[in-house]
Every structure is written in C-alpha cells, then in structure tokens.
Write a protein that binds this ligand. Structure first.
Ligand code: AMP
Length: 217
C-alpha cells in the first residue's frame, strides 16, 4: 500500500507511522527523520534545513522534494510506503503525484490524524525522542520511559527536539494550518482521505487507522 499520514505537529504521526508500517510491512518514511539524520551527520542538506527546522518553518521545496524522491527510489519502497510528514503543502503533493505517475502507481489512502489544538501543545511539551531511532517516542506523562532519559526499546539516550520549544511549536502550528491543511482538500478531491480521531490509547488509534484502511474512503 502507498499511504500518506497527515496531522498537526504532536498528533502522534511518528508513533502511529511506526506501528502501521510494521503491521503493513512497508517502510516508514519520515522527512523530519531524514532531515534530523542529515543534521546529525553534518551533511550539506542538513545545514540547509537546520535553521528552518529550528524556527518551526517548512524547509524549502527545492531541498525537500528531491530528498523525499531519492528515498522513494530505494528498492524497499517499490511495493509500498507510509509517508510521514511529506507532503506538507500542495506543491509537494503535486510533485508526489507526478513522481508516482512516472512509475504508473498512485496513492491508496491519506490518513488524517485529528487532535484538538490544546492536546497538541501538551503532547509536544512532554515529548522525548531516542537518539538511535526517531520512531522510539516517549512522553513524560502519557508514555514515560522506565528510566528517565533512557529509551526502553534500545537503551539509547532520550532528548527533547530543538523545535519542540513553545515559540517553534506556535510557528509549526501556523505553518500546518496555512500550508499543510490545504492538502487535505486536495486529497479529498481524489477520494483518498480517511479521518482518524487520534485521541485515546496509542493501540486504539492504530486499530482505528487499520480499520479505516480496510474501508472505502
Ligand atoms: P517532523 O519531524 O515531521 O515534525 O518535521 C520536523 C521539521 O522538519 C518540520 O517542522 C520542518 O521544518 C521540516 N520538515 C519535515 N518534513 C517537511 C516537509 N515535507 N516540507 C518541509 N519541511 C519539512
């Protein structure tokens, strides 16, 4: 299956994407994780992206689209993928459609994770990520690690993202409403959107998403 996951920052995209990708045996492709990996490896692409990310702004399309397409060309994505954080504006959605059309494939579904705004802010403030693997995500209150600052899954060091500050979160939400939300209408016109209420236990949300994938949009 070829799936796009959409939702505001803090909706639980990374957490859900990891479970869904495993259930469906497809790679989880997160442009945020790809940027963070480039930053920690000190690449040119990472240097270009860092200032935008720290400010909570979208990285320009010229950088982002090429990076996403390179990843989609890897052999493991040939039979399906779960995109998390891409596309994030209508231009990127059009570029993705054109890219897929070249190999005569198309998306199967767009999962829209819905969360109230006050919940988003609480979730982001307590979020902790593992340095070894961005899909190992914890929350100081909702999903605390057994040992502070240590990942339960792999023992890696937990950290708080540099763009999880109050100011960057406010800007990320603005970017989401003005630039990313319009892609939901874009995909509605293609009949692809399944809306998933994303409050509740992680496993319940995963189940809702799996059920929604079985249904017609
Ligand atoms: P995420 O991990 O998905 O929350 O992404 C973190 C940050 O990476 C975003 O706030 C953007 O600065 C950047 N980013 C990730 N994906 C994209 C994208 N598709 N387009 C532009 N910027 C992106």
């Amino acid at each position: 299956m070829r799936i796009v996951l959409v939702g505001p920052p803090g909706a639980g995209k990374g957490t859900q994407a990891a479970y869904l990708a495993e259930n469906l045996s497809i790679p989880h492709i997160s442009t945020g994780d790809l940027f963070r990996a480039n930053i920690s490896q000190g690449t040119e692409l990472g240097k270009q992206a860092k200032a935008y990310m720290d400010a909570g702004r979208l990285v320009p399309d010229e950088v982002t689209i090429g990076m996403a397409e390179d990843r989609l060309l890897q052999p493991d994505a040939a039979r399906g993928f779960l995109l998390d954080g891409f596309p994030r504006n209508v231009g990127q959605a059009q570029a993705l459609d054109a890219f897929l059309a070249k190999t005569k494939v198309s998306l199967d579904a767009v999962l829209d994770l819905e969360v109230p705004e006050e919940e988003v802010v609480k979730r982001i403030a307590g979020r902790r990520l593992c340095r070894n693997d961005g899909s190992h995500v914890f929350h100081v209150e909702y999903n605390p690690p057994a040992d502070d600052n240590v990942c339960d899954t792999c023992g890696g060091e937990l950290y708080q993202r540099s763009d999880d500050t109050e100011e960057a979160v406010r800007i990320r939400l603005e970017e989401y409403h003005s630039k990313t939300e319009p892609i939901i209408d874009y995909y509605k016109q293609q009949g692809l959107v399944r809306t998933i209420p994303a409050l509740g236990k992680v496993a319940e949300v995963t189940q809702r998403a799996m059920d929604a994938l079985q249904r017609e949009a």
